[in-house]
Each structure stands twice: as structure tokens, then as C-alpha cells.
Ligand binder design. Structure first.
Ligand code: MG
Length: 509
């Protein structure tokens, strides 16, 4: 159990102010959730204004001079006088506050306007496959991102400043080491898989001839998320065009899902992924509610929880054994004669493709390696935005072995850069690597196979709660990984996992 918070008076005052920011943030989350799930089309403009007003209120609170004075009252925060929790709270406030305090208001507003416009142009440019239309907007976003990085400050590389916004404590050098280790190994495995006699990229089960009724898919997703012990009295699952998880309150953690009639896998994996995020949020110590320790610590650790459930559990053979009888019952026409080994293969088809969001476990991180290299080079002014489509094609060929014919399937596919989210992509890979390392540790402590095969997932959740969830944002990612696994993040666990799993599936030597 986590020790109680001490009552340092400065911190009590600080937390009172912070609580208001937290409340406004949760209210804004309700508006966001509603916008993505329920909003009638004509309500969009009104909603943007409501949300912008709340953001302005939150910003004012961050800039409030009384609040800043409390944060900077160093003398009351000596290590002897404060608890571990209090020290972490101050650290988190300073980390989050850096953006508001270091970046001039004019730059924040410019950035928000430029990215809003860039996002709209990107949508159209992608639909029409016209990179040239997006280019001038992307240039502006890059220029402002570089200015923001300068204001935030960094030691070695301006990209560090941006990366740190999403994954505190991680640097460009860390990313280089990680991608430098996994990229060549993964490219080799992909080549072997493509040369193997078991290599096929399609299955008759999902070629469109079988229909998996959407109502049934919803029921099935519901069964699985209940098995995962998602507390549906403190959450719910709705539909949106892109699945997401939103924290609206400590007892209100919601997920969304989407459904494709020709393929039952997308909604199943989507439900497991988002429930992984939701379980993390539901597991944070209740006493942290409304404090800077509330919620998951970083995007990478958050993604480790979603990818753990989606891949380490959902795509395991033991889980295939568990769901196969259920799948046969739910989809009697399509899957009547299916075996657990068929389901396992179907869940783990490796298909080198253009689109990151549809990528399998083996190719996924190569999509990220490519984006990391491109954005790091853009932020450092080493490459020119006009050359990106060509750089993209070269790297796709080199890393994944396929070349997109259009920019829509290439440089224009992701939303992130139009929104100015440089530094975000690496957290996806970090999530996969953390998940593999956590799983290795978990396996040494609990009996995973037998439980998963029976659909008995409670011991897993208990382990995650005890080792990761309860701490919320108390430990930063590097510290947390060390605490949980006894060592720093090490990409070898992910590589070992991929090699052993896919060597068996594709009978590789
Ligand atoms: Mg996710």
C-alpha cells in the first residue's frame, strides 16, 4: 500500500489549486468524449468554442502567480520535510508547467491556429493524395515546433525537448540505441518470414465472404472486457471512428471501439487494447485522484498496458485456445469448423504493408523507426519537407520491403504531424518494448499459460495493479521499469519474444 500523503502546508495549498485544474481537465474530457461519440454535425463549431474556453481557463490557472509562487517555494520542499509522493507531485507539476511557463502565449496561440488549419488541409490532401497542398502547412508546423523546442530547452538535441513532453526522461540518444538495436533484427526476421513456405498474407476467414454481424461482435467484445475485469460500473464501451480511452473521473474511465463486418479481429483487438488503457487508469490509487500523481505516467507506459493485453495476451496461443470455443458459438456460420491453431495463425499473420495502424507485431516498430528518423531530422533541419515523399519510399523499401504507390498510403497517412505532435511516435515502440519486459517478469512470478487458457485473467490484473497501476504518475518511466523488472529498459526482451514466437509460427531456422 502507498503511504499516506503528509501535510506540508505549502503543498496542501498547492494541491488545492491543482485540484481546480484537474477538475477543469476532466470536464473538458467529457466534452471531448461527447464530441467523438455523440456530437450532431452542426454542433461542432459550438463545441470547439466551449472546449477552447475551458483550455483558456486551465492555462490561466497554470500561469497564476500565486500558484507559481507555491511551486517555486523551494525551501519548503527539502528532501527531509516531504514524502516521496510530495516530491513526485512537485516534479510532475514542474514538468507539465514547463510548457505554460517557458513557451510565450503568442507562440502557443500561433501553434494552435497553424495546427488547426494544417489538420484540415491534411484531411483533404490525404483524401485527394496531394502532398503539395499539405507541404506549406507542414513547413509552418515544423518551424513552430522548433521554436517551441528552443523555448522548452534541452541539452543535446532540440528533439529531446519534444520527446520529453510525451515520455519524461527519454532522449534522442535513447531512441537511437533502441531503434538501432531492433531495426536490423526485425528487417531480417521479416525477410525470413517472406521466404518461408508458410508465408501468406490473406486468410479465407477474413476475405469478405464471411460476415461477422456487428451486434454479435459487440457481445463478444463485452464478454472479453468483462473477463479482463474492466469495471463497467465505473466505465463503458461506446462506438467511435477511431477507438480511444478517456478518463472523465476516477470512477468514470470510458473506452470506444469500432466494428468491421468482414473481420471480427479488429473489434476484438480494439476492445482489448483500449481496456488495457482503461484498467491502468482504474487501478491508480484512489488517494491520487485530482493530484499530479493521478493517471498513467507517460504515453509509453500507457501503451505498454494496452499492447500487453492486445499482443502478449490477446495474440498468444493460450488466449486462442480460450476464445476458440466461444468464437465457434458466436459465429457459427463463419467459424464452425475452426481449430485453435487456425485462430492463432489468423491473429498473427505477418503482412509487410504500408499502413502502420494495420501492422502486425513484427513490422509495427519499423513503421515507427522510419517516423522517428524523419522527424528527428526535420526538427534538426537536416532534411527538407519537400523531399519527404521520396525519403519515405526509400526507407519503406529498406526497412519493410514494400513501397507505397501513393502519398496517401505513404507520407500522408498519419494525423500526428498535422497536429504538431513531433516526439509522439517513439512512445508506441516504447510501449511494445516495456510490455515485453514486463511480461517476462510477470511470467517468472505467476502461472500465465494455464490461467490464460482458462480465461482466468484476474491474477494478471492483480500483478499489474500491484507492480504498475497503483503508482499512477509516482515513478517516471525509467524508474518504474527498473522497479518492476530490476533493470533498465532493454530491447532484447522484445526481440527474444518476437523471434521465439514467429520462428514457431513460420517454422523459421
Ligand atoms: Mg493506445
Amino acid at each position: 500500500l502507498i503511504s499516506m500523503l503528509k501535510k506540508n502546508q505549502t503543498i496542501v495549498n498547492l494541491l488545492e489549486k491543482y485540484r481546480e485544474m484537474s477538475l477543469l481537465g476532466k470536464i473538458n474530457a467529457i466534452l471531448q468524449w461527447d464530441m467523438n461519440v455523440n456530437l450532431p454535425p452542426k454542433a461542432a463549431e459550438g463545441r470547439v468554442q466551449q472546449s477552447a474556453y475551458l483550455t483558456e481557463l486551465i492555462t490561466q490557472k497554470w500561469l497564476d502567480s500565486e500558484f507559481r509562487k507555491l511551486v517555486e517555494a523551494e525551501e519548503s520542499y527539502g528532501p527531509e520535510t516531504v514524502t516521496k509522493e510530495e516530491t513526485a507531485m512537485i516534479r510532475n507539476i514542474r514538468h507539465a508547467g514547463k510548457f505554460y511557463w517557458n513557451v510565450p502565449m503568442k507562440l502557443i496561440i500561433d501553434f494552435s491556429e497553424v495546427t488547426s488549419r494544417a489538420f484540415m488541409v491534411w484531411q483533404k490532401a490525404k483524401a485527394e493524395n496531394r502532398y503539395a497542398d499539405f507541404l506549406p502547412h507542414l513547413r509552418k508546423v515544423i518551424t513552430l515546433s522548433r521554436e517551441i523546442a528552443e523555448k522548452l530547452g534541452y541539452k543535446d538535441n532540440p528533439y529531446d525537448a519534444l520527446l520529453d513532453l510525451y515520455e519524461p526522461g527519454f532522449t534522442t540518444a535513447d531512441c537511437r540505441t533502441i531503434f538501432g538495436t531492433i531495426q536490423p533484427e526485425l528487417s531480417k526476421i521479416i525477410k525470413k518470414i517472406k521466404d518461408s513456405r508458410d508465408y501468406k498474407t490473406e486468410s479465407p476467414l477474413t476475405d469478405g465472404k464471411n460476415k461477422y454481424p456487428i451486434e454479435t461482435q459487440k457481445e463478444f467484445a463485452d464478454l472479453v472486457i468483462r473477463k479482463m475485469n474492466y469495471d463497467l460500473e465505473a466505465g463503458r464501451m461506446d462506438i467511435s471512428s477511431h477507438p480511444f480511452t478517456e478518463t472523465l473521473g476516477h470512477f468514470d474511465i470510458r473506452i470506444t471501439n469500432r466494428y468491421k463486418e468482414s473481420d471480427f479481429r479488429e473489434s476484438l483487438m480494439g476492445a482489448m487494447h483500449e481496456t488495457g488503457h482503461a484498467l491502468y487508469e482504474q487501478g491508480v490509487a484512489e488517494g491520487y485522484d485530482g493530484t499530479p500523481l493521478d493517471g498513467g505516467v507517460s504515453l509509453g507506459i500507457h501503451e505498454s498496458q494496452s499492447r500487453f493485453w492486445e499482443n502478449q495476451i490477446g495474440r498468444s496461443f493460450d488466449f486462442s485456445k480460450f476464445i476458440t470455443p466461444h468464437l465457434k458459438k458466436y459465429y457459427p456460420t463463419g467459424l464452425k469448423n475452426i481449430a485453435d491453431t487456425d485462430i492463432y495463425r489468423l491473429m498473427n499473420l505477418v503482412k509487410p504493408s504500408f499502413i502502420r495502424t494495420e501492422a502486425d507485431e513484427v513490422t509495427y516498430n519499423l513503421h515507427i523507426a522510419l517516423r522517428f528518423e524523419i522527424e528527428e531530422s526535420l526538427i534538426n533541419g537536416r532534411s527538407n519537407a519537400k523531399d519527404l515523399p521520396e525519403i519515405w519510399r526509400q526507407k519503406m523499401k529498406e526497412y519493410i520491403g514494400v513501397v507505397p504507390k501513393t502519398d496517401r498510403e505513404g507520407i500522408l497517412q498519419d494525423v500526428h504531424w498535422s497536429n504538431g505532435m513531433f516526439g509522439y511516435f517513439p512512445t508506441y515502440t516504447l510501449g511494445n518494448l516495456y510490455a515485453a519486459q514486463f511480461t517476462k517478469r510477470m511470467r517468472s512470478e505467476i502461472e500465465l499459460e494455464k490461467n490464460v487458457e482458462k480465461g482466468e485473467l484476474k491474477p494478471i490484473l492483480i500483478w499489474l495493479r500491484k507492480n504498475i497501476h497503483q503508482y499512477g504518475s509516482l515513478y517516471w518511466p525509467k524508474e518504474l521499469v527498473k522497479k518492476v523488472t530490476g533493470e533498465e529498459l532493454n530491447p532484447k526482451y522484445f526481440l527474444e519474444y518476437i523471434k521465439s514466437k514467429y520462428s514457431k509460427i513460420y517454422s523459421l531456422k
